[in-house]
Design a protein. Structure first.
Length: 296
């Protein structure tokens, strides 16, 4: 999510403008608690990689780097970091590959995978029926939706009755679909529609609530938790996490062999303990899954 190269550097998030966070549970920390675990190549799994990718030794991924702590820009303003990035690098290393990350707008990643611009989309994609039609999705994490408001909830937000309120959300996410349906329900009940504020980046979503432009936000649960933590008390969560669903790596429909290789690598990391170590380093272990699936 590199639309405006982030409104602020990650290290300055807490000053007045909160950064985004992602689903999964636990209380994510801003940076990992140690170096990423070393990963060895598994020759059997590496043999599963399609020759076209194996030949150049790297895999090109599209990532929206505004979704901390999953994928976001480091303080240098160019390096993409996050639990999603560390985990996928471990997946790639298991397969004997290096990762080349290309920042992209979230809504452009799946079309980019379909066109061949990216070989994999790695950007906290929630698995849903529409995306499964567009691509193969290799699961690796579980997250739900969580709301946040300005501290003290001055606008009196009730997630179950947001009618007439100004709600911030990132475009092209499952939360954008969620709030649209809630607004339709408001109108059907004879109440004012939700005033939806769609933003290209998750950092802008949180910023809009901190500054009072919008009354509330909703995002993946780890993202919201991170935004609240980084806001230095300016934001608070409200309501429970709901609609938990898996994240998936996005792979083109004609790349079944690649999807199977990624699935096998995720399962290898789960079995050897590397997966748990990476999630724990980022404080998102509550979103761990027991195994990876393709288009569950």
């Amino acid at each position: 999510m590199d639309v405006l190269k982030r409104l602020i550097p990650v290290g300055a998030i807490a000053l007045a403008l909160a950064a985004g966070g992602c689903g999964g549970g636990g209380e994510p920390s801003g940076t990992p608690t140690g170096a990423a675990p070393s990963v060895s190549v598994n020759p059997t799994l590496a043999a599963m990689v399609p020759d076209a990718i194996k030949s150049d030794g790297k895999i090109l991924v599209g990532t929206d780097a505004t979704y901390a702590p999953n994928e976001f820009l480091a303080e240098d303003g160019s390096t993409v970091i996050g639990f999603d990035i560390d985990l996928f690098k471990a997946v790639a290393q298991t397969l004997g590959l290096q990762v080349e990350v290309q920042p992209a707008t979230f809504g452009d990643i799946i079309p980019g995978v379909q066109s061949g611009k990216y070989e994999v989309g790695v950007s906290s994609f929630t698995v849903n029926p529409e995306r499964k039609k567009q691509s193969q999705m290799v699961t690796y994490f579980n997250a739900g939706t969580q709301w946040a408001v300005k501290a003290g909830n001055p606008a009196g937000i009730d997630p179950n009755n947001p009618c007439g309120k100004r709600i911030a959300v990132q475009r092209d996410t499952v939360q954008a679909e969620d709030i649209a349906k809630r607004s339709e329900a408001c109108v059907a009940a004879g109440k004012p529609a939700v005033v939806v504020s769609p933003y290209p980046g998750q950092d802008q979503v949180a910023n809009s609530v901190v500054t009072g432009k919008d009354d509330a936000m909703l995002a993946d649960s780890p993202i919201t938790a991170y935004a609240v933590k980084q806001s230095n008390g300016q934001l608070e969560v409200i309501g429970d996490v709901y609609d938990a669903a898996p994240y998936g790596y996005v792979v083109n429909n004609d790349q079944a062999q690649l999807a199977q290789a990624l699935q096998a690598a995720v399962n290898e990391l789960i079995q050897n303990g590397t997966y748990a170590k990476i999630l724990e380093q980022w404080g998102v272990q509550a979103g761990a899954v027991p195994s990876s699936q393709i288009n569950p």
